[in-house]
Design a protein around this ligand. Sequence first.
Ligand code: SF4
Length: 175
Amino acid sequence: MSAERRIIPIEPAGSPGKSAAFEYISTRKDELIGWARKFSIFPYPFVTACCAMEFMAVSSTPYDTDRFGAALPRFSPRQSDLLMVVGTVTHKQAPILLKVWEQMCEPKWVMAFGVCATSGGFYQNYAAVPGIDRILPVDVYIPGCPPRPEMVIDGIMQLQDKIARQKHVIVTKDF
Ligand code: SF4
């Protein structure tokens, strides 16, 4: 009796029901969109206190945030995708900050600019919010009081890395 050869089907790589080609194209699509988005950041500066001077410095010619595609601040939440919270946030301002964030379209990111936005800084009192991550999902924290422009640029670059690594759903849930 001759031995019968059995053919074992090999499942394509990727999740069940999706071909390897689909997974490959989907991954490349995420890379392409991530690359485009990380170089087209439109910041909305929510500026409340003395860190404003440092924000002006980092926007000036010597530091040239245009290199990162992040030079043009938008003063409309609907045209922005990066909420830069610059300075101390009080409990009275918190609902306004939250409303600005809610008006921004997806995808959107949040930067805590300086130690006051990060943790309340030295304002350990009843008026100051002890860090904006109590009310918003923060993507990147910039330490310092005030932070040096180089630190802000480092934060922008870290955010760019994060954007590049994200999944970017744009048209349908499958592509
Ligand atoms: S971190 Fe320092 S410079 Fe920035 S808002 Fe707070 S006190 Fe002012």
